[in-house]
Design a protein around this ligand. Structure first.
Ligand code: CP3
Length: 351
């Protein structure tokens, strides 16, 4: 097993800085497009053999140090009872959106083994196929980020409907978040049981809240999830040990003093803040993940190298560093630049 990623999550000594890329399976890869020509995105997520195949594509093509389960953060939302569709260019649509008590009452807390078994099957296939080559990361949306999609009915610019519910009807919002949080807990526990060796919580939209609102309306639910997962173990040899939890927040810079109370092992950092600044503010209890601007991958290779060097150098005093982009890789990204970046991280960080 390549333990480098798991060791960096725990802040243990590593021979080089491990790297993986958010959205590493996806449209910038020809191999992915070939499969997507035959099946739509949701079918791909729900067909374990295919989902496992596209999960492994970037491991072979890029040489990254971890695999991330191919799925979507909205899969559990569909299992809760909402109608989910994906449209080219427009992204996900959940219709009708959640706006009142009656629609929240109708939502279920799904049983992952029954309602999302295809995800667990994908994980089991992946552990067999990866065969120790790299560890497998499971994931879920964090409660707030999932709730924004449910309340807005899709992606949003200003999150007016979400903030309207949070600010004007906090009890209604809390009742929705209770169900979403319970769903996330059950979902991640089942992923770990199926074989996920680390988990990442994606809180893509938490940065749209002020620090005070984040502390009150997002963080307590994240803490609840992390507390429930803390006792979970995985087969990280030589001995069984606790499963690393990664918490990624989009636009985290204004929230780090709150985020540092969340209890995760690793904090994912976007590119809008220097990673050394984030490390200082988080303190020495965390490893960090990030934080190259995804658009840097469109530069010539010597310029990419300068930026990779800068991130590595800024993060050199962290308890542990996992190199990543500050958000998902863009579909237009030249693959050869991604391959070059992974190689640069390994070479420039080797001790
Ligand atoms: O990282 C990986 O490679 C694993 C797979 C993964 C996907 N989505 C595949 C995907 C993961 C971890 C996600 C998480 C996800 N999904 C997030 C959180 C992370 C982030 O990027 O902020 C969010 C907000 C979503 C919701 C979502 N899914 C949106 C807004 C979209 C449309 C935008 C787009 O890029 O088209 C998706 C679709 C989606 N999820 C695709 C992929 C590969 C593209 C679907 C396609 O093939 O057409």
């Amino acid at each position: 097993m390549n333990y480098v990623f798991l060791k960096a999550c725990r802040g243990e000594a590593v021979p080089y800085t491990p790297v993986w890329i958010m959205r590493q399976a996806g449209r910038y890869l020809k191999q992915y497009q070939k499969i997507r020509k035959k099946v739509d995105f949701l079918t791909l997520c729900k067909t374990p053999e295919l989902a496992a195949e596209v999960t492994i594509q970037p491991i072979d093509a890029l040489g990254v140090d971890a695999a991330i389960l191919f799925s979507d953060i909205l899969i559990p939302v569909e299992a809760m009872g909402m109608k989910l569709e994906f449209f080219e260019k427009k992204g996900p649509v959940l219709n009708p959106p959640i706006r009142n008590e009656a629609s929240i009452k109708k939502l279920a807390v799904p049983n992952p083994e029954e309602d999302m078994n295809f995800v667990l099957e994908t994980i089991k296939i992946l552990r067999r196929k990866l065969n120790g080559k790299v560890p497998l990361i499971g994931f879920s949306g964090a409660p707030l980020t999932m709730a924004t999609y449910m309340i807005e009915g899709g992606t949003s610019k200003n999150f007016l409907q979400t903030k309207r519910m949070i600010f004007q009807t906090p009890d209604l919002y809390a009742s929705l978040m209770d169900k979403v949080t319970q769903t996330v807990i059950e979902y991640l526990k089942s992923q770990i049981k199926a074989g996920a060796q680390a988990v990442q919580l994606f809180d893509t939209w938490a940065g749209v809240l002020s620090p005070g609102d984040y502390k009150k309306f997002a963080l307590p639910y994240v803490k609840r999830v992390i507390d429930e997962l803390k006792s979970q173990t995985s087969d990280f040899r030589p001995q069984t040990s606790k499963i690393p939890i990664i918490y990624f927040v989009g636009e985290c810079a204004g929230l780090l003093e709150e985020i540092k109370t969340c209890g995760a092992d690793v904090i994912g950092i976007d590119w809008r803040i220097n990673i050394d600044d984030a490390i200082k503010r988080l303190g020495s209890n965390f490893s960090v993940q990030g934080n190259l601007d995804p658009c840097a991958l469109f530069l010539p290779k010597d310029k990419i190298r300068e930026r990779v060097k800068e991130v590595l150098s800024r993060a050199s005093f962290a308890r542990g560093h996992i190199f990543n982009l500050g958000h998902g890789v863009l579909p237009e990204t030249p693959v050869e630049n991604v391959v070059a970046m992974v190689e640069m991280v390994h070479r420039l960080s080797r001790k």
